[in-house]
Write a protein that binds this ligand. Sequence first.
Ligand code: FE
Ligand code: ZN
Length: 504
Amino acid sequence: MDMRKKVGLRDRYRLMTRGLGWEPTYQPMDKVYPYYQFEGIKIHDWEAWEDPFRLTMDAYWKYQAEKERKLYAIIDAFSQHNGHLNISDARYVNALKLFLQGITPSEYNAARGFNHLGRQLPGVGQRVAAQMQAIDEIRHAQTQIHTVSHYNRFFNGFHNTQKMYDRAWYLSVPKSYFEDALTAGPFEFLTAISFSFEYVLTNLIFMPFMSGAAYNGDMATVTFGFSAQSDEARHMTLGLEVIKFMAEQDPANVPIIQKWIDKWFWRGYRLLVLVALMMDYMLPKRVMSWSEAWEMYFERAGGALFEDLERYGFRMPKYADVSLKEKDRYSHEAWSALYGYGAATGLHSWMPSESEMAWLSEKYPESFDRLYRPRFEFWRERQQQGKRFYNQSLPMLCQVCQVPTWFTEPDDPTEICYRSTEYKGNRYHFCSDGCCDIFKDEPEKYVQAWLPTHQVFQGNCGGASIPEVLDWYGVINGRDNLDYEGSEDQRNWEKWKSADGQAA
Ligand code: FE
Ligand code: ZN
């Protein structure tokens, strides 16, 4: 007998999700789910959870399989037609390197987190949503690797990304973000990833990245972007629903969640500095500036969201005002540092061209000409004289976000911002009040941070010289790193694009 025809949609949904759970009888709940109480979040009725998508597992697989078929057809076509020859400029590929080195392994880390959540939440509705998201995140990592594998045949820096993620200094920023989230309790993980990252900040990764890919002729990346973006709608809804659910379950939950929102907004904002430098410096054809994107997606969209959440007792994240003060310097400070440390990265860096500097002056009338252009022109001159500037020192890293302390004082863009505090006889350093507060609230978590520069000094990273450390990172010295000018990527690109080299 075919049951499917006899059961209505609503009942079918219940049977295929909620109906899959059961009450344990010979073990107490807190032994079956050992993690759900220690954070202090009180849930009185797990069944009160509303699933906005009402997606059953069988429908999920059908829907995802269809998306895969479309995506792989486009990736194949891209590859067969040498799609990489249609991109705007080979410098663009460095944005893809940063994505594959920093974001793709983070997708995988998100899958680990949601699998853990799927096991640890007592509510069946939440468990099913977490299970679907875990599968989504695995799929994102896989489709990104498959798409970008085409570029790996033609460009350097893609060959060893998981190793780089686990070891390289600039990738410890995303790595520590995800690992700090997935080692927190289940409700904090949801607030960090589903709400702060997916709901509040994800548009700032996917929109600029997808439009950036489209503007720069990379249709393969646009396609995986869209394929992931349709899952993102579900993830964002989970983020928002879970915040409302926790707040409605018990008013005592609100201050706990607000503290997490403050913390993970700040961590996420610091993580997005990688996106800021991509938007303003790494895309040969720019979509919009970081400052415009921050206004559109955070100030306006985020502002409206938090107004809406006021009725639950939430307010704007702490230090949101600092992000506004930093928006016309964020990318410039980051690119200056990445350029300076360009000998120690698995991607190329460069000084912007004259027309690119003109774009930056126009987008940042208050800051670019006054604060950054003179430095950049000086560096460009040095580079043209064959004396390209490479910073030979190791940077001091923030103990919390792990970004080198390159940011400036909120009220003075000419003064580097340092904060520090003492804990059990040791001094710890931070990039900002935001990171310093996070540390003071949970010092035992953050004293354990694996800080790449400390590890180099302690002799744990292959040796004491840059070539030895690069070797340990999996970066091929002289090929994957250094200036774009004169790189193998540049030489190949010019050969392929020159009239007699078209057959490549
Ligand atoms: Fe994802
Ligand atoms: Zn920091």
